[in-house]
Design a protein around this ligand. Structure first.
Ligand code: GLC
Length: 432
């Protein structure tokens, strides 16, 4: 039985486009050892300032980035306007801690928006609710200064009311200064993370999420908003599982939700020079298929270097998507979960009367598709549009002919012995 799924009309593009680029770019690119380095290493803002003083991405060319994203088959992009470190990638009027005051001197966000829009990509801003630099953001269990001997003392003069005003003001700047913004990605609330002195983690009260969301919807009525504001079901447009692969369509209270999986090429969002856990081409492609097969989007992350470039390993990973999507895009864009159950080692995606069989594990000579007998009019490989015969081959052996045993209602496809030379082969089934 199909569960209800009622996305708003303004989400049509999102569901259609399926694949986007996440970009984590900030001062942490200089440290080149995780975007949380300020927190992990408990660096205080005055020490962290060295990155600000040396920020000069001289090779930054957002047109090249946009071209690379398009080539990889990505149709939208989300960039960090501000991450937890507090540094702002635009010329905010509310702080000095911004890109225009670094040696680079220019508004990287403005240039980015122009380039990505021109390339025809939908655009989104990631905005960190958390801020380890702002002097009014109270120190808590997740703060870079959590173990500072004077932390409690320092909190006495910190005022979340002032921080809230700053946060709301910055979001207003982002949603009024750059034209139409298609998506906003807030990160994140942590009510369950209490500190040792009993101070609770931050939640919707700290951000005044209700009014923040109200303002967002007023300023950009078409925008899509993610779910990390700690608001009740129904407030957010989409859910954001992170760094794990859901195996079925995520539901809340029996209702399928719109969702977007975010993933990294290696184990960090920001540029991490020495990180080695880069995903294989096989994992990258299967991640995308698995996501769409469960009705979701994939937001794949790149952490550009402090020169403003995509590192070779990221470029190679993006090229894997280019290679595969060039031939198999039809099985991803506009597609969603199918009501048919795929055979073992396979996934289905579906777009109306086109059913796509993604074969993860290549079988010998035939494949059985339960429930599809009499329902398919034509079948072909997607990579070269070569016909796939709907009948099973005759099994002539030295001991005579053996009919393959299949359950009633099962359709058998005849396959070549050799797997086509693509990362994951896909058979396009035209349903009657
Ligand atoms: C996390 C991390 C963060 C990253 C984000 C992306 O919540 O705090 O560094 O930006 O996930 O989903």
């Amino acid at each position: 039985m199909t569960l209800p799924f009622n996305p708003p009309e303004r989400a049509d593009w999102f569901i259609r486009d399926r694949f986007g680029m996440f970009i984590h770019w900030g001062l942490y690119a200089l440290g080149a050892r995780h975007e949380w380095l300020m927190n992990f290493e408990e660096i205080d803002p005055s020490t962290y300032y060295k990155y600000f003083q040396h920020y000069d991405p001289d090779l930054y060319n957002p047109r090249e980035w946009a071209e690379t994203a398009r080539r990889a088959g990505m149709r939208y992009a989300v960039i960090t306007a501000k991450h937890h470190e507090g540094f702002c990638n635009w010329d905010s009027q509310l702080t000095d801690y911004k890109v225009t005051n670094t040696p680079y001197g220019k508004d990287v966000l403005q240039e980015w928006v122009t380039a990505f829009r021109e390339a025809g990509l939908k655009i989104g801003f990631y905005y960190s609710l958390i801020d380890w630099h702002h002097p009014d953001f109270t120190i808590d269990s997740m703060h870079a200064l959590r173990n500072h001997p004077d932390a409690l003392e320092m909190n006495k003069i910190r005022d979340m009311n002032r921080y809230r005003a700053y946060l709301h003001g910055q979001v207003r700047e982002l949603l009024t200064g750059f034209g139409k913004i298609d998506l906003i990605w807030f990160d994140f609330s942590y009510p369950e993370r209490a500190w040792h002195d009993g101070t609770p983690g931050k939640d919707h009260n700290d951000w005044d999420s209700e009014n923040l969301l109200k303002m967002v919807r007023e300023l950009q009525p078409e925008i899509l908003v993610n779910n990390r504001l700690d608001l009740p079901l129904g407030a957010a447009d989409f859910y954001t599982p992170e760094q794990y692969q859901p195996e079925s369509w995520p539901t809340i209270q029996g209702q399928r939700v719109m969702w977007e999986l975010c993933q990294t090429f290696s184990g960090s969002w920001g540029y991490y020079r020495d990180e080695q856990t880069w995903k294989s081409p096989d994992q990258l492609i299967k991640m995308l298929i698995n996501t769409v097969a469960c009705g979701g989007n994939l937001l794949m992350n790149v952490g550009p270097t402090a020169r403003g470039t995509f590192d070779k390993r990221a470029t190679a990973a993006l090229e894997v998507y280019h290679e595969w999507l060039r031939l198999h895009g039809r099985a991803i864009y506009n597609c969603t979960q199918s009501d048919f159950t795929p055979p073992p080692g396979c996934r289905y995606t579906q777009n109306g009367k086109r059913l796509y069989l993604h074969i993860f594990s290549w079988p010998f000579q035939e494949i059985n598709l339960p429930g599809l007998a009499g329902k398919v009019e034509y079948a072909q490989f997607l990579n070269d549009a070569s016909e796939i015969l709907l009948a099973a081959p005759h099994h002539i052996t030295l001991v005579g002919e053996e009919a393959p045993e299949v359950e009633a209602g099962t359709l058998t496809l005849t396959l070549p012995v050799q797997k086509p030379d693509v990362q994951v082969p896909v058979i396009e089934l035209y349903l009657k």
